[in-house]
Design a binder for this molecule. Structure first.
Ligand SMILES: Nc1ncnc2c1ncn2[C@@H]1O[C@H](COP(=O)(O)OP(=O)(O)OP(=O)(O)O)[C@@H](O)[C@H]1O
Length: 234
């Protein structure tokens, strides 16, 4: 199992301000699964993703990433886990404006202790993989939204994460760029990458193995059959 959660709960506030952002969620995602999480604004999708990736601590419940128990980890171990085992992709890309595409990607590998030579080599390989070999020396400001998101995805892959967690990755993109990202996710899926995508976009959900609909912090619907249909199509 790449990802497991049991009784996962995140509450904010108390008494009459209490919000159950994530409410006793159980989840098992096998390695290689592409999982889409959908639901109305405020239903807890981002919070769930943050709990799974160790960006936030749960109020209650357990999370495992591979063999690592996430919810009880020390801050230091959590930082290492986020750096080495999780690839985050955000709606607004979160690239460093003053670094080129290749520098943005290699930074993650450098922070993980790779030598500059190996980090650069890996970054160039990943840029090629996301179809941007010819944009290595461009600053993010000189790239389109879709290209920026592809750089961000390459960065997320930098340390060969156990799981890629993407929060509305196409939320800021037009249709053409969305399709580029979609194609890339499909390739990652084919390569066996475990992927959890929070999305409002039915096109992303359509290529997922499994679509979970959230409502009020809980799973309202869990359509595991989707995977059978789409695996059959591949
Ligand atoms: N720091 C916080 N303090 C208090 N309440 C919060 C906090 N963060 C989130 N919430 C509440 O928790 C609930 C879940 O928020 P979350 O951002 O996870 O929803 P979401 O489904 O990702 O929404 P969206 O699709 O709009 O991004 C919401 O009711 C939100 O108002």
């Amino acid at each position: 199992m790449a990802l497991r959660a049991h009784g996962l709960t995140k509450r904010y506030g108390s008494h009459n301000t209490l919000v159950r952002a994530v409410d006793e969620v159980d989840l098992e995602a096998p390695t290689g699964q592409t999982l889409a999480i959908m639901g109305a604004s405020g239903c807890g999708k981002s919070t769930l993703l943050h709990l799974l990736g160790g960006l936030q601590r749960p109020t209650d419940g357990q999370v495992w990433l591979g063999e690592n128990r996430v919810d009880t980890m020390s801050e230091r171990a959590l930082a290492r886990l986020r750096r080495d085992d999780v690839g985050f992709v955000f709606q607004s890309f979160h690239l460093m404006d003053e670094l080129t595409a290749v520098e943005n990607i290699e930074l993650a590998a450098l922070l993980a202790g790779r030598s500059p030579g190996r980090a650069r080599k890996r970054a160039l390989y990943l840029l090629d993989r996301v179809g941007l070999a010819d944009r290595a020396m461009h600053l993010p400001s000189a790239l389109s939204g879709g290209q920026r998101q592809r750089v961000a995805i390459a960065r997320a892959l930098s340390n060969e994460p156990l799981v890629v967690l993407a929060d509305e990755p196409t939320g800021n993109l037009d249709t053409a760029a969305t399709l580029e990202v979609l194609r890339l996710f499909d390739e990652l899926h084919a390569a066996g990458q475990t992927l959890v995508v929070v999305t409002h976009d039915a096109r992303i959900a359509a290529v997922a193995d499994r679509v979970i609909a959230m409502r009020d912090g809980a799973f309202a619907d869990d359509n595991r059959l989707v995977g059978t249909v789409y695996d059959g199509r591949r």
